[in-house]
Design a protein around this ligand. Structure first.
Ligand SMILES: [Zn+2]
Length: 413
């Protein structure tokens, strides 16, 4: 496939990361760049699939590689429980464990604990919780999270942060969590053993309070980590609030560092967030929804469990380049997926391949459009495909894009 070529217009490097800016959209805040990490280059903007337990459910490393993925996400909490730090150290880290020679990003483990374990309790020391195995009291500190991530050997590690749902009405607690996240970043930086081979990213907190977000951006940027994440979103806040937080943060972040918005994966959210100046995203949704028989397509999500697909002999999506759909590929039909969705894991496996491809290819299209300086037209076509009726365009997306100079309602594609 021909991809747009672009030359580097500005660069910055730290010990284990190089960020090369290759294009700025002349209308929105979108940018295209190349991120060079210890296990090779990745093209931004990009979507990172989530391989929870060092495997993307249903995909082999070769199949994941075939989607074009060069950076996937592992969960520290799951790897720390099983196989555990000793086994990870013995095998030489998560790349070796899963036979994946490309890049890995790990979360801190904190969010998983708070969301999965009802009895997690946060103090200045760290996150206290009861072991899901035998109920013994345990403590995840910033130092322990970094030690685990150092053993995992991820190319990008995330700081332990004190994360609250954005919709929390408790201002005092929100401020405490934001300020504690800054203190915990300092402890993470001090504990980090491999700064020349692994990158530690900070996470901006502060809920939906824009002043708090600005204060946090200032503190975090001053710590000069190689990359910066915007955290605590996708927790049920209104999309308009989400966009306000992203656009407020990206305005304050250094241009020559990657910007990662955590937990975002719906196609509309991705393209709008890129327009607001973000580069990297992750979400379990594309792989999780595959297990419910859902195929993501440019015309929306199709549930292939629906009886009308029983005799539909077309590919999952016409024109898709994934291993299931492409010409000369596996020749998978909607009817075949439908036939297997209720009872066989093969359907989930095939839809996972398709959905991950869709997400990565969407971002490749976004990137090409930014480089060609046609991103506003790309956005208009994207929404026109997804919503045949313009009146149904989501108001939050129309408003957020208008805020960065794109009118979705003009006819001009
Ligand atoms: Zn496909």
């Amino acid at each position: 496939m021909l991809r747009a070529m672009a030359s580097i217009i500005a660069s910055s490097s730290s010990a284990a990361l190089t960020f090369d800016l290759v294009a700025r959209c002349s209308t929105t805040r979108a940018r295209a760049s190349i991120l060079t990490l210890p296990h090779g280059q990745v093209q931004l903007p990009m979507f990172m699939p989530v391989a929870t337990q060092a495997s993307l459910k249903g995909l082999t490393p070769e199949q994941l590689e075939d989607t074009g993925c060069r950076l996937c996400l592992n969960n520290t909490y799951h790897l720390g429980l099983k196989p555990g730090q000793e086994v990870l150290a013995a095998i030489g880290g998560a790349h070796k464990l899963q036979g994946w020679n490309h890049n890995i990003l790990t979360d801190s483990g904190g969010f998983q604990m708070v969301s999965l374990l009802k009895l997690a309790n946060i103090t200045e020391e760290g996150v206290r919780f009861l072991s899901p195995h035998d109920g013994t009291p345990m403590l995840l500190t910033p130092e322990h999270s970094i030690s685990l991530q150092n053993t995992i050997g991820s190319d990008i590690m995330m700081q332990l942060d004190d994360v609250l749902v954005t919709t929390s009405p408790d201002y005092v607690r929100m401020r405490e969590a934001m300020e504690r996240s800054v203190r915990w970043l300092d402890r993470c930086i001090a504990a980090h053993q491999n700064p020349t081979t692994q990158n530690l990213f900070c996470i901006i907190q502060g809920g939906l309070d824009l002043d708090m977000r600005r204060g946090c951006c200032k503190e975090m940027v001053a710590r000069d980590t190689p990359g910066i994440a915007i955290g605590g979103l996708s927790g049920g806040e209104a999309k308009a609030d989400y966009c306000r937080v992203v656009v407020t943060c990206t305005a304050m972040l250094p241009e020559l560092k990657p910007r990662y918005v955590m937990g975002i994966g719906y196609p509309e959210d991705l393209v709008v967030s890129v327009a607001l100046g973000a580069d990297m995203f992750d979400c379990v949704w594309p792989t999780r929804t595959a297990r419910f028989g859902n195929a993501i397509t440019k015309y929306g999500v199709l549930n292939l469990r629906n009886a009308r697909y029983a005799s539909d002999f077309g590919p999952i999506e016409d024109g898709c380049g994934c291993a299931c759909c492409r010409e000369g590929g596996m020749g998978i039909t909607r009817a075949f997926v439908h036939h297997n969705t209720a009872k066989e894991t093969v359907a989930a496996h095939l839809l996972t391949m398709h959905n991950v491809w869709y997400q990565l290819d969407l971002m490749r299209g976004v990137r090409d459009a930014i480089i060609a300086d046609k991103f506003p037209a790309f956005l208009r076509k994207f929404f026109a495909d997804l919503y045949p009726d313009k009146e149904k365009y989501p108001t939050w997306a129309v408003d957020a894009l208008r805020g960065v100079g794109v009118d979705l309602h003009t006819e001009d594609i």
